[in-house]
Ligand binder design. Structure first.
Ligand code: AMP
Length: 302
């Protein structure tokens, strides 16, 4: 079962306490697609400029990411420059040049419209909704958002949330959107907006998922060095949706496994700059860390 993702494909210039990198491939849709591609076929809908390198097209194609929805337009690919503090939960945007992404209007082809597994990465909620309007018979829809849209487009975002099943959001955004500081109360509020499940990302503390009748939490994988946290949330979402699509059903057991796979993928991506670690990752690496993850919270070891 293939997954459709709509979002940004950017070049990132990154400064972390461990070093700097200039114009490496990034963007939410990119992280999501590469992570999800380890689990299921992915179709990406995004836009880049004519400066987008053929070698990155080749890389995504080799990862079996369908790029028929990647529009190449005259102009520049979007770029983002960010600097992380010593506490890498904190970062500053130093520069943002949206390039051709500034007038991105997602257009789905006939194959895209039939998608059953859809992830709306962080873009204007009006555009996210326009994607839903184009789908023939949407199945499982996940979405992300950010502080900017919560502040600037709250009514549109709330309308969108009435139409999505899974909201993947970080703790700060969950507090901002719900108006509640306690994360449990925040999740309860957000469930009332429509999504059946709220997945709250808490950086180095892991992920906690709330539905009307269940709560499930996993820690983050304990790593000695977090090299670059860029894209960890999108990579988590890629592993999560990838495993849901691979399983073909959204049961409680599937979802719990998918949350662990999402956490596994996020734990890899932070080990190197940008997509570096995902470029060399193998399915065996993923399975090994999945087992380590499970034993991390095993209260009945053999
Ligand atoms: P995350 O670390 O999960 O917040 O995702 C970071 C990715 O989002 C980077 O690879 C950036 O290229 C991309 N990004 C940064 N700003 C924006 C924006 N305004 N719209 C869409 N994507 C962005």
């Amino acid at each position: 079962m293939s997954i459709l993702v709509v979002g940004s494909v950017f070049f990132d210039s990154l400064q972390t306490p461990h070093g700097t990198v200039e114009r490496t491939l990034g963007g939410a849709a990119t992280y999501f697609s590469v992570a999800a591609s380890f689990f299921a076929p992915v179709r990406m809908v995004a836009t880049v400029g004519e400066d987008f390198p053929q070698e990155e097209i080749d890389f995504l194609t080799e990862r079996k990411v369908d790029l028929s929805g990647l529009e190449i337009r005259p102009g520049r690919t979007g770029s983002w420059k960010g600097r992380y503090h010593d506490d890498m939960n904190q970062r500053d945007t130093l520069d943002l040049d949206l390039g051709v992404f500034s007038d991105f209007k997602p257009q789905l082809g006939d194959d895209h419209k039939k998608a059953q597994y859809v992830f709306l990465a962080n873009i204007d909620p009006r555009l996210q909704e326009s994607v839903l309007d184009q789908l023939a018979a949407p199945g499982i829809i996940g979405c992300d958002t950010m502080n900017h849209w919560i502040a600037e487009a709250r009514p549109e975002l709330e309308r969108l949330l009435g139409r999505v099943g899974l909201l993947v959001i970080n703790d700060e955004e969950a507090r901002q959107l719900s108006g509640e500081t306690n994360i449990v109360r925040a999740a309860r509020r957000l469930l009332k907006l429509g999504p059946k499940r709220i997945l709250i990302k808490r950086g180095e503390y892991g992920v906690i998922q709330f539905s009307a009748d269940s709560v499930f939490a996993v820690p983050a994988f304990p790593l000695e060095v977090v090299f670059d946290p860029t894209g960890a949330g999108d990579t988590f979402a890629g592993g999560l949706m990838g495993e849901i699509a691979r399983s073909g059903a959204l049961t409680e057991a599937t979802l719990r496994r998918a949350i662990v796979y999402g956490s596994v993928m996020a734990s890899f991506v932070v080990e190197d700059f940008g997509l570096g670690r995902l470029r060399t990752l193998t399915k065996e690496d993923i399975q090994k860390r999945f087992r380590q993850f499970v034993s991390l919270t095993d209260i009945n070891p053999a």
